[in-house]
Design a protein around this ligand. Structure first.
Ligand code: M6R
Length: 607
């Protein structure tokens, strides 16, 4: 979604801001802009379209001493140059970038219009610039502090004023802001990607805080002027992780990275001697863990699908009742918090508004909530009672791939831990741990089918609708495969339990609506094969993802992609790879913007 970057220091600002915006592109946006402080005034340059379109109208030689930049994902007002950020006040001396939504902007705007302020855009953000103008009497930090008292809604804002060169003031309420600290220069951004090429020293701002930044230092205070001291943290992501390397797209790079990212997520967390899992961040004693009577996994999108897979595993192996809930629905359902229930909120970004608000609602009701996040220091990671970082490294493509398998790793290790505390034998625990350690090898085998899948995409590029069908633990994998395909190729796809098609979806089957079946050699294989035959009998094309050497499936299916034989619960890790690759190659076939699909944002920070 929207992205913010700000800079003040001794280097010319415009180039640094453009580079920061380029690194925020992955979040999804429809326009972008910068405002740079110069000796003669603030210079605002903004444009709909891509960063390259903005770059084309910014002087080639970097200029200015400080500045702010923004990528906008439209909420209030259409996608126009005027509605792009930064927004300025009437005098043109104050400039603002904003992530989030100002809910009372209409009332504020009416009051400001009555006072004679002239608006240039349809956005909620512009009211902030005019409010600061109205309140400012020489102290920008104080003016921002007074301004936020009038705002209702969520925001991360950064404000600059021509009369205060070398000062940026930020405020946070519900939308992340992070400070980047370096020698004689400071950065502020909505995520670390924007500044990772300049510094790894960061300070996380909390809700209800204001930050004043100059090249020499920063001061944090709350909305009531209380000073706050906050440590500087080191980000451990490598700069290279933000580059595509030899891959054409981040998505393809991230699909192929999975054999390493799952390993990182396991490192130090599987105890072979005790045949169990170890997750230090849970902040729970063994007896507290033993008291858990139910596990509820709360998430959105791909993270929700990972939660669904894990719910099957937890029930089967740890024998704990488990379910996955959509965060957006749970929040408004007035959830009943059961005694001894443990909640996990799962989020790659750690900033998804639906998941964050569900977390807050659960905590307000007194639930025990742990987090499973990728982005270190993200809001969800900080607001949970404990949890696990999945360590999959930065995921840049909008379509989530490696985060999914790394989320599974964390949840599988938690399951092993719980199962071993309950009924699972040492031998079974050892076997499970051994299978987890074999993930990189088996995932590598699944990845080796990339060229076959590319050909498959060529063959099926005519189709405008697909069914993805699986059973048991692979049913949510089918849902995830369908989500991947629709996200990046814009082809309609739905994931169903293969058993469910006869209750309705089979009416969709015809020659141009292919079905993609997941057929592991598990106890539901025969049933899935029957469903395949039902589709074939209705002239539907069948693509099967089946196990190496499965001749019966090969005979029925029109096309087959094979994966290695693994044990029942490990299949989600190998079944998902052909589906991710299929979505990728279909999107390439259709000439789509794979890494930044239309209308989507990497981190969805609005409801
Ligand atoms: O950052 P999160 O894991 O909380 O994001 C949740 C969803 O927005 C996300 O998984 C989304 O569905 C992806 N675009 C899927 O590829």
């Amino acid at each position: 979604m929207c992205g913010i970057v700000g800079y003040c220091g001794n280097k010319p600002a415009s180039g640094i801001l453009l580079e920061g915006l380029r690194r925020l592109e992955y979040r999804g946006y429809d326009s972008a802009g910068i405002c740079v402080g110069t000796d003669t005034g603030l210079k605002v340059i903004k444009k709909t379209g891509k960063i390259r379109d903005l770059k084309a109208i910014v002087p080639e030689e970097s200029f200015g001493h400080n500045g702010i930049g923004h990528t906008r994902w439209a909420t209030h007002g259409g996608v126009t140059d005027e509605n792009a950020h930064p927004h300025t006040d009437c005098s043109g001396k104050i400039s603002v970038v904003h992530n989030g939504i100002i809910e009372n902007y209409n009332q504020l705007k009416d009051k400001l219009l009555a006072k004679g302020h002239v608006f240039k855009s349809e956005t909620d953000t512009e009211v902030i610039a005019h409010l600061v103008e109205d309140i400012y009497t020489g102290n920008l930090t104080q003016a921002v502090r007074e301004t936020v008292k009038h705002l209702k809604g969520t925001y991360g804002i950064v404000v600059m004023h021509y009369d205060n060169p070398n000062l940026l003031v930020g405020a946070r309420n519900g939308s992340p802001l992070i400070l980047g600290v370096s020698d004689n220069e400071m950065f502020v951004a909505s995520d670390v990607n924007a500044m990772i090429s300049y510094t790894k020293q960061v300070v996380y701002l909390e809700d209800g805080e204001i930050i004043s930044i100059t090249p020499d230092g920063f001061e944090i205070s709350d909305f009531h002027e209380k000073n706050i001291s906050r440590p500087i943290n080191e980000v451990d992501w490598e700069f290279e992780s933000f580059e595509k390397g030899n891959f054409e797209h981040f998505m393809l790079k991230e699909i192929f990275e999975q054999k390493e990212s799952v390993m990182r997520g396991m490192a130090g967390r599987l105890n072979i001697n005790l045949a169990t899992g170890h997750l230090g961040g849970l902040n729970m004693t063994n007896s507290e863990l033993l008291n858990i009577e139910r596990v509820i996994i709360v998430a959105a999108g791909t993270s929700f699908h990972a939660g669904l897979v894990a719910s099957y595993l937890l029930e089967s192996l740890a024998r704990i009742p488990a379910s996955a809930e959509l965060a957006s629905e749970l929040r408004y359902r007035n959830p009943i918090i059961q005694k001894n229930a443990l909640y996990f909120v799962v989020s790659q970004s750690g900033e998804t508004a639906d998941t964050l608000f569900a977390l807050r609602e659960l905590k307000r009701k007194g639930a025990k909530v742990l987090g499973i996040c990728n982005v270190v220091g993200s809001t969800i990671a900080r607001e949970t009672d404990g949890g696990v970082y999945i360590h999959s490294g930065p995921e840049i493509a909008v379509a989530s791939t490696k985060a999914f398998t790394s989320q599974l790793v964390a949840l599988y290790i938690f399951t092993l831990l719980m199962a071993r505390m309950k009924d699972m034998s040492f031998e079974a625990g050892s076997e499970f741990a051994k299978q987890m350690f074999s993930l990189p090898d088996i995932m590598d085998k699944a990845l080796s089918k990339a060229d076959e899948i590319k050909k498959l995409a060529k063959k099926y590029n005519f189709a405008r609708s697909f069914l993805f069908l699986g059973r048991g633990i692979n049913y949510p994998v089918a849902m995830e495969g369908a989500l991947k395909l629709k996200e990046i190729s814009y082809i309609h796809a739905e994931g169903f339990s293969a058993a469910e098609i006869k209750h309705g979806p089979i009416a969709l089957i015809n020659e141009v609506t292919p079905s993609l079946f997941l057929v592991p050699d598990d106890r539901l294989r025969e049933k899935v094969i029957s469903n395949m035959k039902e589709v074939k009998a209705r002239k539907g094309k069948v693509i099967a993802i089946a196990v190496e050497g499965d001749k019966e499936v090969a005979q029925i299916a029109d096309d087959i992609i094979t994966v290695p034989h693994v044990s029942e619960f490990i299949y989600p890790f190998v079944m998902i790879i052909p589906l991710q690759l299929f979505a990728y190659y279909m999107a390439i076939e259709l000439g789509r913007d794979v890494d930044q699909p239309r209308n989507l944002a990497k981190s969805v920070t609005v409801e």
